[in-house]
Design a protein around this ligand. Structure first.
Ligand SMILES: [Ca+2]
Ligand SMILES: [Ca+2]
Length: 318
């Protein structure tokens, strides 16, 4: 037989609530403010509640989260935090050129950047890395942590993704999504970067290799192009002296005259460099001299010579 209730109290996260009778339902109620921190990382994933009912006679009954059945289940309060985690792509950086075959994507996912405590933590299985662009017909999508190198850090993880096979040259966009354990999604991190492992094309039309010339003005001309990282820069070095860059036309052609400053062998190096920093060089070895031959003597032997007989002409020249 039911007695007369003296009090009904609930203990939630260290706070005691005194419940009052709702006469229309015959049940006891109180309102409270939920803890701000997530219950995800608490034992069982909930805040435990202890309810104590006391009769006027002084006898009490206590239930809590360990109580069996639906009463015990009712003593488990799940609290979700609402703060987004943070996704940061560390490598490549926005606009970066990558010139090596070895490729990787490094990123950090954190759930403690805006919360000192009570964060639910990164759900590592929610990571989605998406690579699009270049010569990929379909996006490369990596989900979860299985193919990642993962290092736990305070509040999250540092991750390294190495594609199973090198991604071919091209311009790519990498995006990163992640959620925390309470289902809050981070703002998508996006970077666009260029993979360019190929040096630019370079064809030198002038001067020809082995050219002998008496002209002290030499024309350096040719064509250059780069599939992935145009535009390219062309620079000229003559006999070890940097002559700077020369203009390249829209069609890749270039032409500029240079003065040769001394006679003798000349080494001309033409270098083209693409925007990724990959370079190609062509070397031309030429010979320049404006000197004219000096004829020192001309002797006819014999001289005079008899008509119809043989003579020799001897010329001394240097
Ligand atoms: Ca969070
Ligand atoms: Ca290139």
């Amino acid at each position: 037989m039911a007695g007369t209730i003296n009090s009904v109290k609930a203990l939630i996260n260290g706070q005691e609530y005194t419940l009052t009778l709702n006469s229309s339902t015959g049940k006891y109620e109180a309102q409270g403010i939920a803890p701000s921190g997530s219950s995800f990382n608490l034992e069982g994933g909930y805040y435990p509640i202890e309810v104590t009912a006391t009769y006027v006679t002084g006898t009490t009954s206590v239930v809590n989260d360990k109580t069996e059945g639906v009463v015990g289940e009712g003593c488990r309060m799940c609290v979700r935090e609402k703060v987004k985690p943070t996704a940061i792509i560390n490598y490549p950086t926005q606009g970066q050129y990558i010139t090596t075959e070895l490729q990787k994507i490094e990123f950090t996912v954190l759930d403690n950047t805006s919360q000192e405590s009570g964060f639910s933590g990164i759900n590592i299985d929610s990571i989605v890395v998406n690579i699009t662009g270049g010569s990929l017909n379909e996006p490369v999508v990596i989900r979860g942590s299985k193919s990642l190198e993962v290092t736990p850090i305070e509040g999250g993880y540092e991750c390294i993704l190495v594609p199973s096979e090198p991604i071919p040259d091209g311009v790519y966009t990498v995006s990163l999504d992640v959620s925390d354990n309470d289902g809050n999604a981070a703002v998508t991190a996006v970077v666009t970067a260029t993979i360019d492992t190929a040096p630019p094309e370079l064809s030198v039309i002038s001067p020809a290799e082995g050219l002998n010339t008496s002209n002290n003005v030499i024309t350096v001309a040719g064509n250059t192009s780069d599939v992935t990282s145009a535009p390219v820069k062309v620079s000229v070095n003559i006999n070890g002296e940097d002559k700077g860059t020369i203009p390249v036309n829209d069609d890749g052609s270039f032409s500029k005259d240079f003065m040769l400053t001394f006679s003798g062998n000349q080494v001309i190096v033409i270098t083209t460099t693409d925007s990724a920093g990959k370079a190609s060089s062509v070397t031309r070895n030429i010979y320049f001299s404006a000197d004219v031959p000096t004829i020192k003597s001309v002797i006819i032997t014999p001289n005079p010579v008899d008509g119809g007989t043989t003579f020799t002409i001897t010329v001394e020249v240097e």
